[in-house]
Design a protein around this ligand. Structure first.
Ligand code: OXT
Ligand code: ADP
Ligand code: MG
Length: 569
């Protein structure tokens, strides 16, 4: 394309920004540097919110959860090679969790990279990204920027959502073309995630299976939360009268207080149900692959509602696949149920409710203790009350014991308010998730973090302070990974492999950056400090001192640790 220098001109920088704005991308999470420093500056000047992080992985986790919360691709911007690799973990995480995200990375010069001549931050990024994401594209010509971004958006949000890599070599940004040519090259993506309707036969088959059930169960996964079909899902659950079990990030899609919620009767409903309708949840490790002891001996039939056809029969036979987007599928099921539908059998729902109430009653006294140092339940007793009183607060949660015990202890009341480690159980998502949750929703955020988990992303406390975000971080400080009382099994002077500095004061980190720091040694301290933080909206870090002996190895998934018969614990 020849450039007419007498006419208005545009360049790669402007075209990327124009293309983003045209498609409603209003926030970028990233870390500046060669070759994208000016892109960030210019995007900020053009009215895009550009949040600069201290490490790309955290920016990437922010983009990933922004995608989950908004159904629009969260955008992460990184520099070449090392920055790109730092962001890549988050891109893979987004893909694994079915969150729409675009990792936009600058890269070095193709001519030099491909001849491996040792360019500044040389790396064949496109090739490396490809197996770790849903799609990967590179743009070489300024007039292809519009198409490139359109492809990235569509790939991220259509069908099963996921992570997309967009490679933008340094030279692209400096390319100059005529402004009218540039403007015409932009693409506004129409209907980026088209509805996908299930066939009538699939809907009828599913309803026939459900109707014949004696002990039906509905499992709601984070795909159901993502779909934002909250009212339809509630209607389906209530019309059917079927008990529902929320997966971790689907807690609150229907309130945990809902009379049909079976969250506190998990093992009973998995074992004893005869028909299970999965809505936006996979039969992966979190559901013991749909078989084995967790699921009991009695035969089971599965109805599976999901947008990804290949998810069907991935682990066990699916009697009734319902493939489509959850909104359309659930509406179709509701239509098919017609005016009257027999409620789930009362002996079954009665059994489930009794079991649930029994478990809740058993747990209740543990939340009331006022021990110091705190145990997990004492500390969580304070936090569960706070979320009950402030149900709009977004809860971010990671760790092992800190994660597993908080999941059960803290009831959720509204959809998409619980953000955690997701399908990979990855540590370090906390601060990125907290930042994006505050930025994307404007609601206050309470991040409940194991001390190890926090260590993976703790430097972003500076980012939280810098942007003055209403984030209250509570570090459950038990001096280590799982427990702080481990010993060096070799008898040397090094600490145990799972132990950290004893009595560390994480609260001082917030003070270093102008935030509020509090050291809390009792549930009353903790309650007071969190309430104050949520009232003031000031960035706050509370060091919650937890008994180092209170935790269990790997929390509730200790069974996944390989055990050699040669080594007894
Ligand atoms: O029905 P039953 O009787 O079974 O009872 C169940 C429910 O019915 C009942 N329940 C209730 N009772 C009463 N009231 C209420 N409200 C209620 N609600 C439920 O309670 C039980 C349990 O219910 P639950 O939780 O629903 O069921 P269960 O059986 O646990 O469910 C199974 C799972 C698998 C679905 C569930 O456990 C789950 O979702 N687990 C996720 C686990 C996970 O992902 N863990 C994180 C990874 S662990 C490990 O890998 C860690 N690392 C390594 C590492 C990682 N991950 N990443 C990276 C980048 N590098 C390294 C590390 C380093 S964790 C970790 C750090 C840990 O240290 P920290 O300091 O951060 O944390 P601490 O441990 O606190 O020290
Ligand atoms: P959980 O961990 O909560 O069990 P998973 O991440 O395993 O949830 O499952 C989420 C599922 O939701 C994925 O299989 C994904 O294909 C599906 N999904 C995501 N968004 C939609 C949607 N809009 N419509 C239908 N299915 C969806
Ligand atoms: Mg810990």
């Amino acid at each position: 394309e020849t450039v007419d220098e007498t006419q208005d001109l545009t360049d790669g920088f402007s075209l990327v920004i124009d293309a983003m704005k045209l498609n409603g991308i209003d926030t970028i999470y990233g870390v500046p540097g060669i070759p994208i420093t000016d892109l960030g500056r210019l995007a900020q000047a053009a009215g895009i919110r550009v949040l600069s992080f201290r490490h790309e992985q955290n920016a990437g986790y922010a983009a990933a959860i922004a995608g989950f919360l908004t159904k629009k691709p969260g955008v992460c911007l990184t520099v070449s090679a090392p920055g790109f690799l730092n962001g890549l973990t988050a891109l893979a995480h987004a893909t694994t969790n079915c969150f729409p995200m675009i990792l936009v990375s600058g890269s070095s010069e193709r001519e030099i990279v491909d001849l491996q001549q040792g360019d500044y931050e040389e790396m064949d990024q496109l090739a490396i990204a490809k197996p770790l994401c849903k799609a990967a594209y590179r743009v070489l010509h300024a007039q292809d920027i519009g198409i490139g971004l359109a492809r990235a958006i569509r790939a991220a949000v259509s069908g099963r959502p996921g992570g997309v890599y967009l490679d933008l070599p340094a030279k692209l940004f400096a390319q100059v073309i005529n402004a009218d040519v540039g403007a015409k090259s932009l693409v506004k993506v129409v209907d980026a995630a088209p509805a996908q309707f299930p066939g009538p036969a699939a809907v009828k088959r599913a309803l026939d299976v459900l109707k014949a059930a004696k002990r039906p169960l509905i499992i709601l996964g984070k795909g159901a939360a993502y779909a934002q079909a909250d009212d339809a899902i509630k209607a389906l659950v209530e019309k059917s009268g079927v008990p529902f079990l929320p997966m971790s990030m689907a807690k609150g899609l229907l309130s945990d207080m809902h009379p049909q919620c079976a969250g506190a009767a998990r093992s009973t409903v998995l074992k004893d149900s005869d028909v299970v309708m999965l809505i936006g949840a996979r039969l992966n490790w979190l559901l013991s692959h749909g078989k084995g002891r967790t699921w009991g001996d009695a035969p089971k039939k599965f109805i599976h509602v999901d947008i990804e056809p290949r998810e069907m029969d991935s682990n066990v036979e699916i009697a009734a696949p319902v493939v489509g987007d959850i909104g359309s599928c659930v509406e179709a099921l509701l239509d098919g149920m017609g005016g009257s539908w027999p409620k789930a059998p009362a002996d079954w729902t009665g059994t489930v409710t009794a079991k649930r109430d029994e478990n809740i009653a058993k747990m209740a006294p543990r939340f009331m203790n006022n021990k110091s140092p705190m145990d997990y339940h004492g500390a969580l007793g304070a936090l569960r009350t706070i979320i009950k009183e402030r149900p709009d607060t977004i809860l971010v949660n990671e760790g092992a014991n800190t994660l597993d015990l908080a999941r059960g202890a803290i009831d959720m009341y509204k959809p998409r308010k619980r953000l955690d480690v997701g399908t990979w159980g990855v540590m370090g998502v906390g601060m990125g998730s907290a930042i994006a949750a505050a930025v994307e929703t404007g609601h206050p955020v309470l991040a409940v973090e194991g001390d190890s988990a926090f260590g993976f992303c703790g430097m972003e406390i500076e980012t939280i302070c810098r942007y003055k975000l209403p984030v209250c971080v509570v570090v459950f400080n038990n001096d280590g990974i799982y427990r702080g009382d481990g010993v060096n099994t070799g008898g040397g002077s090094d600490p145990a492999t799972t132990a950290f500095v004893k009595g560390a004061r994480y609260d001082k980190m917030a003070e270093a950056f102008g935030g509020v720091g509090v050291n809390a040694t009792t549930p009353d301290d903790l309650r007071r400090a969190v309430n104050e933080a949520l009232d003031s909206g000031k960035p706050t870090l509370i060091n919650a001192v937890i008994d180092p002996a209170a935790g269990a190895e790997s929390g509730r998934i200790g069974n996944l640790n390989p055990q050699s018969k040669l080594r007894k614990k």
